[in-house]
Every structure is written in C-alpha cells, then in structure tokens.
Design a protein around this ligand. Structure first.
Ligand SMILES: [Ca+2]
Ligand SMILES: [Ca+2]
Length: 285
C-alpha cells in the first residue's frame, strides 16, 4: 500500500501532553511547543498486525515511560496498513512504515544515543527496518526492543536485511511470548528472552485470540516501572533444563543473568529463560 493509503499517524506523549497529540513528521517547533524536550530520552513505539496504537496495554507502556523518565514518547499508528485481511500485505506495508519512522526520528534533530525504538509483532520488524534505514544514513539508534517479533515470514529468515537483527541498533533485545504461532522462534537480538519457555503464557488457555502474543506488552509495561523485582532471567541450554532446575545461578561458570524488558543490559547476551506469574504482578524474581 502507498503512504497515503496507510496514513501513518504519529502521536506524541510528554509530561505536558500525557493524553497525546498528533504531530507531523519534521514539525519540530510544534512538538517543542507541546512539550518535546530534546534533553530527555525518546521512545518510538510501533504496534503490530490487526492493531493500532491506542489500546490500553500500549497506553500502559507510554505512561510508564512518562512516569519513569519524563520521556518523549511517540506512538506510530499505521492501522490502515495493519488491519487488512491479508497478513502478507501488512508485512509488506511495514517496509513503508519503517522508512517513515526513520525519517520521523531524523526530523527530531536529537542525538541518536537518546532515541530508542520498540515494537510489537510486525512493529518490531518495522523498527528494525527503521534502524537499518538510519544506519544507511550514518546514524545508529541506541536500542530496539522487539516485543514478540512477528514470526510468519521472518522466523528462520537468513537475510538480516529482511527482519529485525542485532545490526539494526547498538542494542537489540527481544521478548518472545508466542514463538510457535504469531511470534518468532528465531533469536533476533543481542539478547532474546523466552518467558515461560516462550510459546505459551500462563492464564492463556488458547492462542487463537493471540493471548500469549499480546501478553508481552503487559510484561514490558510492568518492567519499566520495576524497582526491586526486575524479571531476572537465566542462561540455559533449553526450557526443559531450566524447568528441571538446572539453571539457577548467575555469574561464574554458569554465565550471567540479565533482566527481561526495560532493565535489560547489553553486557549479558544470548538466549534467556525465566518464569512469570499469570497476572500482575507478573515478575517473580
Ligand atoms: Ca535488519
Ligand atoms: Ca503459543
């Protein structure tokens, strides 16, 4: 679909405009008038297939960034390109959306060390395309967080230019919550977290309604607000071995631990496992 047909809209949320205002790409003076602050961290969030930017689980993420960082939050709404019957059409549309995100980010005139992208489902790959497009212009975004990056058409894709991968940002971290249906079973970041094994989440009886695929947004929102319990995860050869209690140590010969979500660091890479609760508070340790 064309840019006009997709009609990508950018919503801005700041401490001055917590309910959001629609802003135009490149209209920096208007953004500043509404509270954009280039000394603050900027987060650009992109939704997935059959979705939009205005759902409650997305608002929880924007609100958390405002609360913890007083950040500039932008929500990329490409609903006309995402709410189509044909998944492959939506999949093609994120090439367009990724370029629009890149142009929008460049228009902020901010150091890219302050700009982080995050996306759910197809939005994770759109963020990857944006990161790649910016790299081609000589910029590198500091971080891309993939929330259950979409699997169909991406899992096992050997060409990193066709999907989210570690080269798309200084630090790429992903959370896989439905790696056998809507999400991807392929590691696509410097670190890839597989809560509850990554296939099926607690209290999700069926994934037909994408319960497990969507649950990742709840985990991520909670992680931003975390103060003590920060989703500690463990290096392990498999979920079965993790469940059998073979991987409970951090450091030493057992490798390092890392926090899933907002508090993840780039110093501890690879595939990680952890358990969560089935409802808030999701974090166990
Ligand atoms: Ca890529
Ligand atoms: Ca599943």
């Amino acid at each position: 679909m064309s840019e006009a047909e997709i009609g990508t809209t950018f919503y801005m949320y700041t401490p001055s405009t917590p309910n959001g205002v629609i802003v135009n790409s490149g209209a920096l003076s208007t953004m500043v008038a509404y509270g954009f602050n280039d000394r603050k961290q900027t987060h650009i969030f992109t939704h997935g297939f059959n979705s939009n930017s205005q759902g409650s689980s997305s608002f929880d993420i924007y609100d958390a960034f405002l609360e913890v960082e007083g950040a500039n939050v932008f929500a990329v709404d490409w609903r006309n390109g995402a709410n189509v019957a044909n998944y492959n059409k939506a999949r093609q549309n994120i090439r367009v959306v990724g370029n629009q995100i890149a142009i929008f980010a460049e228009g902020l005139g901010q150091s890219f060390s302050k700009i982080e992208l995050a996306g759910h489902s197809l939005g994770a790959h759109a963020s990857g395309y944006a990161g790649e497009a910016l790299k081609n212009k000589g910029y590198t975004v500091s971080r891309i967080t993939g929330l259950d990056p979409a699997g169909p058409g991406f899992s096992g894709e050997s060409n990193s230019g066709c999907r989210l991968d570690p080269s798309d940002a200084d630090f790429v971290d992903n959370i896989h919550t439905d790696d056998d249906t809507y999400g991807s079973s392929t590691d696509m970041g410097h670190v890839d977290f597989y809560p509850n094994g990554g296939s099926s989440q607690p209290n999700c009886l069926t994934d037909i309604a994408s319960c497990s695929h969507s649950k990742v947004k709840n985990y991520y929102a909670e992680s931003i607000l975390a103060t003590t319990c920060k989703f500690t995860s463990y290096d392990c050869s498999s979920w079965a071995n993790y469940e059998a209690g073979q991987c409970t140590s951090c450091g030493g010969v057992f490798g390092c631990c890392n926090y899933m979500g907002y508090w993840a660091t780039s110093s501890c890479t690879g595939k990680r496992y952890l358990k969560t609760n089935g409802k808030p508070t999701y974090c166990i340790s």
